[in-house]
Design a protein around this ligand. Structure first.
Ligand SMILES: [Zn+2]
Length: 435
């Protein structure tokens, strides 16, 4: 953002000028510039309690303090953000996005999409996602490390977007969900993340980390939007996944496993992955093992509703989608009720970016999850899964100033999160309420 650039430039100017003065005159630097966010109602996503008339004091990209508005008078130089008619809460987190991809059910278009075009898609989609109130994402799959560059461009302030953790190309077996199976053999088309056997998967994990991945994404089972594979069939073996997890964890990276089929869910969990994505055919064995290990489940369910209404799938995807839709919500509901930890993911890209918060509506109004628990899947739990609890997920001093505001308390109506009025990320305002 231009404002951010200017601010960065101004800060560096101040530093350059002041350092010699500080040495010569022993003066302390001027008090850092503050932004006061005046919250009409401040929702604590840990407890569900709402406090009226609170002020968040923002300095740089962090929350410095939170205190009643009456005890936080404006000081000279402060900027004041008036959200006195709104409910303020932490920015939401989506742990399953594909920001560099667009909604498109002509799979052959993928084959003519360049990495450069993917990156450009990412710039547009990152902005849309941020303006929808998603201030952090975990991006689980992109071609050509376009997600790495998108993350870095956002972090450098070149383009607006959420905080990102990115996986680079997802690992998968030859002919599996994470391969490209659209062309006959003479074209030698192979997905970026294809790796078979222990040595190859180790190499691919190390290669993804070399080129900037924050986490490792794997395809443990078949998928829906891929040709010639079966969502219920396991793809990686237990041994391959154990090798992936061992390397990733040793190198400080978490592992997310795409898994629909029950056996793949169980094997991936036993191998020690940190999250199961989708989980459509999860059974009692999988539920028990995930609970035992504290593995997160990342359901991606709103896409089913969207797909039924708008999806125009080619025949080799269609039946798989119908089959998965027939069972996924029931199975996920059982896992939720059994107490498996849930983090909100959406698979946005399968449906248009920016509709992310519809996922929470499914949890609450279709699966019966308590609204506070649903909100926690997109805040506290998601931050925990990403290893970013110290940075985001709640509004507390010392965390990023990632703040959104809505018209009413989302615990009374979770759908209000589909219409976010205010977005601040890392202390920078990206969206303000209409006057
Ligand atoms: Zn996905």
């Amino acid at each position: 953002m231009i404002t951010r650039h200017l601010r960065a430039a101004a800060l560096s100017l101040v530093t350059t000028v002041l350092v010699p003065l500080a040495f010569s005159q022993q003066q302390s630097a001027p008090a850092p510039k503050r932004t006061l966010v005046r919250a009409g109602h401040l929702l604590d996503v840990k407890t569900g309690r709402s406090a009226d008339a609170q002020t968040l004091v923002i300095v740089g990209d962090m929350i410095q303090a939170i205190a009643p508005t009456v005890s936080t008078p404006v000081q000279p130089g402060d900027t004041v953000v008036d959200l006195e008619n709104l409910t303020v809460l932490p920015g939401l987190i989506d742990v399953h996005t594909h920001l560099t991809m667009n909604t498109d059910f002509d799979p052959y278009r993928e084959l003519i999409t360049t990495d450069a075009r993917e990156a450009i898609n990412g710039v547009a989609n990152a902005r849309t996602t941020l303006l929808a109130g998603i201030t952090t994402v975990r991006n689980v799959g992109a071609g050509g490390y376009t997600d790495v560059d998108l993350r870095d461009a956002i972090d450098a302030g070149q383009v607006p977007g959420p905080h990102m953790q990115v996986s680079g190309p997802p690992l998968g077996i030859t002919g599996g969900h994470c391969d490209d199976n659209l062309l006959p053999a003479q074209y030698h088309q192979v997905g970026d993340g294809v790796a078979d056997g222990i040595a190859e998967v180790q190499h691919k994990v190390r290669q993804n980390i070399k080129y900037g991945a924050n986490l490792i994404k794997i395809c443990a089972t078949g998928g829906v939007l891929s040709k010639g594979d079966d969502p219920q069939a396991s793809q990686y073996t237990l041994e391959e996944m154990q090798a992936i997890v061992a390397d990733a964890h040793r190198l400080g990276r978490r592992v997310a496993a795409h898994a629909h089929g029950a056996q793949g869910i169980l094997w991936a969990t036993e191998a020690g992955v940190d999250s199961i994505e989708h989980g459509s055919y999860i059974n009692d064995e999988g539920i028990t093992e995930m609970k035992k290990r504290g593995t997160y489940l990342v359901p991606t369910l709103y896409l089913e509703d969207w797909m039924l209404q708008y999806g125009n799938l080619p025949p080799f995807y269609h039946q798989k989608m119908v089959d998965v839709i027939g069972v996924a919500k029931g199975n996920i509901k059982r896992a939720m009720q059994a107490g498996v930890k849930i983090a909100m993911g959406t698979d946005a890209a399968v449906y248009p970016h920016g509709l992310n918060a519809h996922e929470l509506d499914v949890y609450v109004n279709q699966l019966g999850m308590a609204p506070l628990a649903a909100l926690q899947t997109a805040t506290i739990n998601a931050a925990d899964l990403m290893g970013w609890t110290a940075k985001t997920g709640t509004l507390e001093a010392g965390k990023w100033a990632d703040i959104i505001a809505v018209d009413k308390n989302p615990l009374d109506d979770i759908r209000v999160l589909q219409d976010v009025k205010f977005v601040m990320k890392a202390g920078v305002v990206y969206k303000s309420p209409a006057k």
